[in-house]
Design a protein around this ligand. Structure first.
Ligand code: BV8
Ligand code: ZN
Length: 239
């Protein structure tokens, strides 16, 4: 699968992954835009917004609570594990759009959560923020200060956390190999990261069963699932 880039992979000093919902699909977590469809009758794009939250916090929280239950019972798959294995052999950074925390649960370090985390909950008014893995008895949950709590995720129309975003740009612009896994690259500004890597002359590899917006700019597009392709990368790099 990787013949034409295997020696570049072996010689690579710094590998950066950009991952999306597809890498967690084989852990049983539905993607956004895939045929498995994330939410039966609502459009995820309509729910993952600050307006939806303030106009109907109960509905948005029901959606997040259902996703939290699914995510907390999911396990990292061989794709997540392969990336954390690779970190034992190479300098590897993970720029993820996912909020499921599966990269970290697979043992990966240097994970940039571009769109926040569904595990972390914060107050809409005071500075309260904490990792909460239990489900909430009342929806929407309220803070000690009386205001409602929200998932610490980046909604459409909200800025990405500046420190995470600046760090991600820095990593993408200084890697010699970028591997884009399980993302349609439909969402900005995360979809700019492969552009920065390409501008820096990085070898560009895509792992996605389907074509994406940047397939033409890739040195190698693997039309296979991440759980299948990523362990092969480990074999090549560690052989
Ligand atoms: C911002 C967290 C500015 C929440 C998410 C027009 C109108 C309004 C807004 C915009 C507009 N045009 C552009 C925008 C900006 C907007 C945007 O990009 N919209 C898009 C949809 C057009 N972006 C924003 O609003 C961002 N903020 O721009 O702020 C700003 C600046 C300063 C001050 C104030 C404001 C914020 C974007 C973040 C939104 N939050 N998630 C939650 O998850 O609940 S985005 C959401 O989409 C997820 O994070 C998800 O990860 C992400 C991207 O989707 P993908 O991960 O790519 O998933 P997808 O389903 O699309 O694709 C899966 C892929 O996997 C597929 O290609 C499939 O083939 C593949 N696959 C499937 N199975 C496998 C596989 N691959 C490998 N193996 C498999 N087994
Ligand atoms: Zn509070």
């Amino acid at each position: 699968m990787f013949e034409q880039v295997s020696d570049k992979l072996r010689k690579s000093e710094k590998i950066v992954f950009v991952t999306g919902a597809g890498i967690s699909q084989e852990s049983g977590i539905p993607t956004f835009r895939g045929k498995d469809g994330l939410w039966r009758k609502y459009d995820a794009m309509q729910l993952a917004t600050i307006d939806a939250f303030y106009s109907n916090p109960k509905l948005v929280w029901e959606w997040y609570e259902e996703r939290r239950r699914n995510i907390l019972s999911a396990k990292p798959n061989p794709g997540h594990v392969a990336i954390s294995e690779l970190q034992k052999h190479k300098e590897v950074h993970v720029l993820t759009q996912n909020i499921d925390g599966l990269h970290q649960r697979a043992g990966s370090k240097s994970v940039y959560e571009l769109h926040g985390s569904i595990i972390t909950i914060k107050c809409t008014a005071c500075s309260f923020k904490d990792k909460i893995e239990s489900s909430f008895s009342e929806i929407p949950p309220t803070c000690k200060c009386g205001s409602i709590l929200r998932p610490d995720v980046v909604w459409f129309g909200e800025a990405l956390p500046q420190d995470v975003w600046q760090g991600a740009i820095q990593q993408a612009s200084t890697c010699d190999t970028m591997i884009v896994v399980g993302t349609s690259l439909a969402v900005s500004p995360a979809n700019l990261l492969p552009v920065y890597a390409k501008q820096n002359g990085a070898t560009m590899i895509e792992v996605n069963p389907e074509q994406t917006m940047m397939s033409e700019t890739m040195d190698l597009s693997l039309r296979v699932s991440s759980a299948k392709a990523l362990p092969e990368i480990i074999d090549i790099v560690t052989k």
